[in-house]
Structures are given as C-alpha cells and as structure tokens.
Design a binder for this molecule. Structure first.
Ligand code: CIZ
Ligand code: SF4
Length: 392
C-alpha cells in the first residue's frame, strides 16, 4: 500500500489516533512539533541522498508518517522489485522494519541500490528457528537483536531437515533468517501463506513440506484447508515448525481476546494468524460461538482492505501489533479500531525511532547501517524470494 503522508499536522494526528496505543509516550503538542521538525530534516536528507524511506505497518506513527511507502513485508518486497524497474534515480533505501525484511530487500535489489536500516532489529520468530532463548521481561530488544545477528546454531535446523528429507521442500516465512530462506523452495508471508502452499503442493504432488517458523500461522492454513475441503493442500504432508512470535502468542491469548469482546460487545474482529487466539477463533466462528460478530483472520494488508470495504461493521477489535491500529485508523477514518490490548507492542519494531533514523542518515559514513549480504547466500536465497513474488 502506498500510504500517502498526511496533510495533517502531527499535533492533529497523533493525539487522536495514537495516544492510547503508546501509553508510555505523551504525544503532547510540543513532542508532536519536535517530531514534525525532525521529519522535515529527514525528508531533506532523503532528497540529498536520492533515498527512499520504506517502513512496516508495525512501526511507530511518526516513522510511518515520514516514509515514502508503508506496507507489510510482501508489499515492501514488491515495492523493492518495482523500484528496480522504474526508479533508476534511487540510490538508497532506508528501511524501518526488522532486519530479516532488510535482508530480503537487499537480496531483491542486489548491487543496484544500497539498503540501510537505522536499527538491525530482531524478531522472536527468528530466535525460535535458531534455538536462542530470551527472557523478554529482562533482556533488552537491542541485546536480543544483537545476539540474533551473531549467534548461529551448530547445526541449522532447516539444514538438518533438508538432509533428512532429500525430496522435501522448505517454505519459510518472511520473518526467518537468511540461511532458512536460502534453503527454501519458496518464501511466504501471512498475506500469501495459503496461496504459496497451494502452488507448491500443486507443482510438487506428494512431496513432504516443512513450513516455518510460525506454528499458529501454519496450523491455521492447514485447519482452513480441512474446513473448506481444499483439494490441493494435504495437511498430512506438512511438518509444522514449533516457532512462535512472543507478541502475538503471549500478549494476544484467547483470554485477552475474550476480555476485549466483553468490553466491546458489538465489535467485529480482525485477528492476525500469528495470534495465540487465532485457531481458537476460527473454530469458534465456524461453530457459531461468536454469535453475530464477524471474524476476519488475516494479514495486516488484508485487514486494511477488508475494513475499507466492510459496509456493515463500524467497530473492530484489532488483534495484532498495535502499530497497525494507527495504520487502520488513519486509512479508514470513518470506522473505529480498538487494540485487543495496548500491551501488544513489538519492542523490535519500536526500537527504530525518528531520532535514530535522522542520526543514521545524517552521518557522513553510514556504512555501519548498511545491510550487507554475501553474493553466495544472495544467489541461494533469491530463487525462493522470487518464487514468492511471482506467485503473488
Ligand atoms: O508480513 C508481514 O508484514 C507481517 C509480519 C505481518 C502481516 O500480517 O503483514
Ligand atoms: Fe517478529 Fe512478532 Fe515483532 Fe512481528 S511482532 S516482528 S513476528 S517479534
């Protein structure tokens, strides 16, 4: 999605759309004006550097309002590919997202465009793959992100699976380390997980498949295939990796969703498949346990499209990372969006601040912010990423 930067001033936007989502930030008029001034400086730097700023939907509101393009991970990948063909003037991409999305963009762009990130932020799903345990109550996001960049398992679990299943195919989520993508047949995101799995099973009948890392997302795709009688997806051939996102699993449990439903008895539900409550929600919706409440379990981009076109519901409970609630409110201003809980924030996505973006772009030598990918792994990962982009 091309989110157009708002004409409204930050002081008119953030107190209205963001205050309840960021209880620790006081979006006072003074702070809004300061952020707006920094945005102005960043826009000047972007022009000087022939740079485009891309951001994920889970980023802070001020980052979303500074970027040239805001999207989900698939949208960001497609945007990168489009730039290759249409914007020879662009020399740099500054990406505000998690590192694993940055790797993917770099693989797509190769040497043509330099990719920078103000923060090499991690993701708990990648920690699940690499078998690195964290305590999110005590370990800082910076420390976890740093460990995810340097620590490697002695034997990569995907390599082990590939060695044990010579005819098997790996499908890895966008939020996976680059080695997993390099060992994969195709990458997928929450927007196209079902489509990619269907495509792969149709093209490779009977082959075992390893789908990683988010357990709930995979379970949801398989459960849906059973409920709706898919003639292509054969769940018995799919091995589920037991990875989980700590935000969606721990902070958005069935209990948390029930509490939000009690508070908003009329609201429909927008639920992300990574949530701890997603499969439960699908079953309850299918068996009529949610009454007249409509339930839409989908990716961030699909939530926006659905909320825009829905002509019955006026109120939605949003079960995903809180950054996206801002995006929904901003894009669909005639409807009301409530976070399932304001606690569902991802410290990795939030570790990119406007100040960090400004300081990293301002430095003469931005090399320490550059995303570098060796040519060997780039070549190995490109096929799986391109396959996903071509299926979509
Ligand atoms: O694919 C993405 O960008 C993520 C992480 C979530 C979503 O549903 O879009
Ligand atoms: Fe990773 Fe979860 Fe944060 Fe998304 S919300 S970036 S899956 S830790």
């Amino acid at each position: 999605m091309n989110m157009i930067r708002s004409e409204l001033k930050f002081r008119d936007l953030f107190p209205r759309y963001a205050t309840d989502l960021y209880p620790t930030v006081n979006y006072s008029e003074e702070l809004c004006d300061t952020l707006e001034r920094i945005r102005g400086e960043i826009r000047l730097l972007a022009r000087e550097r022939h740079a485009l700023i891309l951001a994920h939907y889970y980023e802070r509101p001020e980052i979303q309002e500074t970027a040239d393009f805001v999207g989900d991970s698939l949208g960001l990948g497609l945007k990168a590919r489009e730039l290759l063909e249409t914007r020879p003037d662009v020399k740099e991409i500054w990406l505000c997202a998690v590192r694993f999305m940055g790797d993917t963009i770099k693989v797509i762009l190769g040497d043509r465009v330099s990719v920078f990130m103000p923060e090499f932020a991690g993701c708990s799903l990648v920690g699940s793959i690499l078998g690195i345990d964290f305590d999110y109550r005590t370990d800082s996001a910076e420390e976890i992100s740093r460990r995810l960049l340097v620590e490697q398992p002695r034997i990569h679990p995907v390599r082990k699976w590939v060695d044990e299943h010579p005819d098997g195919l790996v499908l890895s989520y966008m939020n996976s380390d680059l080695e997993s993508k390099a060992l994969s047949y195709a990458v997928f995101t929450s927007r196209n997980a079902q489509k990619v799995l269907e495509y792969v099973m149709r093209e490779n009948p009977g082959k075992p498949i390893f789908m990683l890392p988010d357990q709930y997302l995979t379970e949801l795709v398989l459960r849906r295939a059973k409920i709706y009688g898919s003639t292509v997806i054969r769940p018995e051939l799919v091995e589920i990796f037991p990875g989980l996102c700590h935000v969606h699993k721990q902070k958005i449990s069935p209990f948390v969703l029930d509490e939000a439903m009690a508070n908003y008895p009329e609201a429909d539900l927008l639920v992300h498949p990574e949530c701890g409550c997603a499969v439960d929600c699908l079953i309850r919706a299918e068996t009529g346990q949610l009454g007249s409440r409509k339930t839409f379990i989908a990716s961030t981009q699909e939530m926006i499209d659905y909320a825009k076109r829905s002509d019955t519901a006026r109120q939605f409970i949003v079960a995903t990372e809180t950054g996206h609630v801002y995006t929904l409110r901003k894009n669909v201003p005639d409807k009301q969006f409530m976070p399932v809980t304001p606690a569902a924030t991802c410290e990795f996505m939030k570790s990119t601040t406007l100040d960090k973006l400004f300081k990293s772009m301002e430095e003469n030598n931005s090399a320490s912010y550059e995303v570098n990918v060796s040519e060997d792994i780039r070549k190995r990962a490109l096929g799986a990423i391109e396959r996903m982009l071509s299926i979509t």
